[in-house]
Design a protein around this ligand. Structure first.
Ligand SMILES: [Zn+2]
Length: 355
């Protein structure tokens, strides 16, 4: 394949996805009108391990840095499985974790179902948090994926659910989130389809914020993949949040602080070779081309975005130490260019910022 063809193909692919999105209603992401899509977005339901109190530490649900997490599919056709796998692995670029994709009859940590067969009645998308996944034979679910789903939607929901599986909570429930909800408007909206939620469910899924001492809170990030979309009509100040479908800069740096030690340096193109017209590529292979990262699909190349050579800074998103604040075990601060984490007896030095 000639370089020109690659560029053309990428352009045609992106155009066709755009057109497809414009024709389709519901969950798809249309950058030009985020507020409209925010109003129609499917949102995920947070799952809690009912054997434990909700006050149980979210930090306790994290995997070990460097761990290999075994993942399997319980059902679903090869296409939807390949899409989940294609997007889930984006986390591996920033977290010091590896996914091992095992067959359906193998033991696994994360067990994924789709809305069909034995799970045909579950139209929601959800995941248990972190290592809670170990306790369930069906730990993650995609309730609206099928062969007609757009890549944007596959990316948005897959990365979001895997965020939960890595222990991340919803960003709008970040202890430091400052969203001025128009609560009655939100209750009214979520009372309707496809959610049909009670006021209590809305309280739980949207308004409840986590305690600082149970969460890995960082600065509030409205661009986070873990944020629900919020239309302007749902806030008293008209502030809206789009249907985020990519990892934000803070998502990348934050997951790197939870699972430190990855040696990629955080650059999404690090270790990826330049496209070679004489090479043959398989689905899933990545190349760089004119400063952009592409991944091979069954029909062409998927544009994964511009190469970002900025290394992930372990201190990114972490607030400086404030002598007037009170800190809980697990809280992180920066102080004189170094990252520290609060322990029961003092502060643990996690290393210099910028590394
Ligand atoms: Zn969620």
């Amino acid at each position: 394949m000639k370089k020109l063809n690659l560029a053309k193909l990428a352009l045609v692919t992106s155009l066709s996805i755009l057109l497809f999105n414009c024709e389709k209603d519901s969950e798809d992401f249309i950058e030009a009108n985020q507020n409209v899509t925010a109003k129609n977005a499917h949102v995920c339901i947070e799952k809690w391990d009912t054997n434990q109190s909700k006050a149980a530490s979210l930090k306790a649900k994290q995997w070990e840095p460097g761990q290999t997490i075994r993942v399997k599919f319980l059902n679903g056709n090869s296409y939807v499985q390949s899409k989940v796998r294609q997007y889930a692995v984006e986390w591996e670029s920033y977290a010091n974790l590896k996914f091992e994709w095992v067959s359906s009859n193998s033991s696994a940590n994360i067990k994924i179902g789709f809305k069909e067969g034995q799970f045909a009645d579950d139209g929601g998308s959800w995941s248990y948090l972190g290592t809670d996944s170990n306790n369930y034979s069906h730990s993650m679910h995609f309730g609206w994926f099928n062969n007609n789903t757009s890549d944007t939607e596959f990316r948005r929901t897959t990365i979001h659910e895997f965020g939960h599986a890595l222990g991340l909570i919803h960003e709008h429930q970040n202890p430091v989130a400052g969203i001025n909800w128009d609560k009655e408007a939100v209750y009214a909206y979520y009372a309707g389809p496809p959610n049909n939620w009670s006021r209590a469910q809305v309280d739980n899924n949207l308004f409840r914020r986590y305690e600082k001492n149970v969460s890995n809170y960082s600065v509030y990030d409205p661009k986070s993949i873990m944020h629900y979309p919020i239309p302007a009509e749902h806030t008293t100040d008209g502030v809206a949040v789009g249907n985020n479908s990519r990892l934000s800069a803070t998502d990348k740096s934050f997951i790197a602080t939870i699972y430190p030690g990855t040696n990629t340096g955080g650059g999404n193109c690090d270790g990826v070779s330049e496209y070679n017209s004489n090479a043959s590529y398989s689905v899933g292979d990545k190349v760089t081309y004119q400063g952009t990262l592409y991944q091979r699909t069954s029909s062409g190349w998927n544009n994964l975005g511009a190469c970002d050579s900025t290394p992930v800074d372990i201190c990114s998103g972490v607030a400086p130490y404030n002598s007037n604040a009170s800190y809980s075990v697990g809280d992180k601060v920066t102080y004189q260019g170094t990252l520290y984490q609060r322990t029961s007896s003092g502060w643990n030095n996690l290393g210099a910022c910028g590394s």
